[in-house]
Every structure is written in structure tokens, then in C-alpha cells.
Design a protein around this ligand. Structure first.
Ligand SMILES: [Zn+2]
Length: 243
């Protein structure tokens, strides 16, 4: 199966990796559901606006301090090397921990955004995290003093990010999509492999520890392994048969 997947990638003109929380979990970042102190409501746009003072110290703890100290794992590093070898052309990720970028991947599209950017809910100006006065909690817009939101996709956000459209564009180009550590439950972003399959008959290779929403619906080759182990097997197969 690994050999078959390697052949598929080798003969593909354009392969896109699509990654999710299962990959970053191996860097010590828990899935939201297995993170006892985590309160998912902070990512609900209405709750966030109505509980701005309460939500921000938690968001800072979780998505800045805790995520900020995480390091890429072997899976991130292999995807970077696969990009160097042009076996994959881009990484589209649901994660907003910047670990692909830290691993050195250059063509990464974070369709759920990044906390390293912030957007003002009042004047709509965008800022880099280092432009913000973090001494003040909750932080305020440096221009108008309005409410700042990490520029990540919240539940209830109306307009998909420009990044989301870029992700769909990549899906539309993909001859092969390598899905890693994504359960497919997170909508609307999780539909990307379905979208690729429907529009372009994209071949789907899936690496997940358990069957998912994708496995029986769109997956052509299912590699039932943890993310970095499956990626490592695939990478070795690609390297051993370079011709
Ligand atoms: Zn503002």
C-alpha cells in the first residue's frame, strides 16, 4: 500500500498535503476534545465578543504561550523534505500553530488563519502579533482602541478568509492529495478533500490512526498509522525508488 501511494505521488504532476490536528498532536498539542482546561466557547465569535475580558487571557495562554512553545515533529519535517523534493507542492493546513512554517515549509496555506495576525473587529485593520501591546490584557487595537481578534477562523465567522479560498484553489489543482491527521469533522474546511475528489477526481491518500469521514467516501489509499510514522514510511518508499 505504501509502495502504491509512493507510485501515485511520483507520477502526479501536482500533489497537495492537507493536514490537521492529528499531526500537531505529536508535537504535544492536544485535540480540543482531549484538553480538559480548554473551553471551546472562546472560539465562538458571539461568546468572544460578549466575554472579551474573560476570553482573552485564556486565548493568550493557549494559542500564544502554549502553542508558541511547540516544536515541529518528524511529520512536519518530512513534509518539508517532500516539498524540497517536489513530491508535494503545497501544504494546506487546518492547524494554526505555525509548525509547518517553523519546520521550513515555504508554500503553506493556513486555511484557519494564524494567531500571529490579529484583526480589529471595529476598524478592520490587521496587525502582526509583535505590533500589539501585550502588557495590556485584554489587548486593544493600536489604531482605534477597538476589540482585537486573533485572525483565525472562529465558529460563527461569516466570510471565509482569503486563505480559505487559496486552499480551495490548491484543491482544484491537485492531482493527488495527501490527507494527514484530519478527521474531516471540522466544517466547512474539512470538505476540501471531497471538493477535490468531486471537481478534479483527485486521488486521495489518507494517513490517519482511525478510519474517518474520508475513508469510505473519497480515500483511494488508506494508511492506518500515526501521522509521522505513516509519512516516514511513505518518504522512505519515495526515496528508495527515485527513478
Ligand atoms: Zn481598530
Amino acid at each position: 500500500m505504501i509502495e502504491q501511494a509512493a507510485d501515485m505521488i511520483r507520477s502526479s504532476k501536482y500533489t497537495v498535503a492537507f493536514t490537521g490536528a492529528g499531526l500537531s498532536r505529536e508535537s504535544g498539542l492536544p485535540l480540543f476534545g482531549e484538553w480538559p482546561e480548554f473551553d471551546i466557547r472562546v472560539l465562538d465569535i458571539n461568546f468572544f465578543k460578549n466575554n472579551y475580558d474573560w476570553a482573552w487571557p485564556r486565548i493568550k495562554d493557549w494559542f500564544y504561550d502554549f502553542y508558541g512553545q511547540a516544536e515541529p515533529n518528524e511529520g512536519h519535517r518530512i513534509l518539508k523534505q517532500m516539498e524540497d523534493n517536489r513530491w508535494i507542492r503545497s501544504v494546506v493546513t487546518l492547524n494554526f500553530d505555525d509548525l509547518h512554517q517553523k519546520a521550513g515549509s515555504t508554500n503553506t496555506i493556513g486555511i484557519c488563519g494564524s494567531p500571529q495576525r490579529l484583526v480589529c473587529l471595529d476598524c478592520h485593520e490587521k496587525f502582526e502579533a509583535d505590533q500589539i501591546n501585550w502588557e495590556q490584557m485584554p489587548p486593544r487595537c493600536p489604531v482605534c482602541g477597538g476589540m482585537l481578534k486573533p485572525d483565525i477562523l472562529f465558529y460563527g465567522d461569516e466570510v471565509p478568509d482569503p486563505e480559505y479560498k487559496l486552499g480551495l484553489k490548491e484543491a482544484n489543482r491537485a492531482k493527488v492529495m495527501l490527507v494527514v491527521g484530519v478527521s474531516g469533522e471540522m466544517m466547512p474546511a474539512g470538505v476540501i478533500p471531497m471538493f477535490a475528489k468531486k471537481r478534479r477526481q483527485t486521488k486521495i491518500i489518507e494517513i490517519n490512526i482511525q478510519p474517518t469521514h474520508y475513508t469510505n467516501a473519497v480515500t483511494d489509499i488508506f494508511i492506518q498509522k500515526p501521522a509521522s510514522e505513516g509519512l516516514n514510511d511513505l518518504f522512505l518508499a519515495l526515496k528508495n525508488n527515485k527513478s
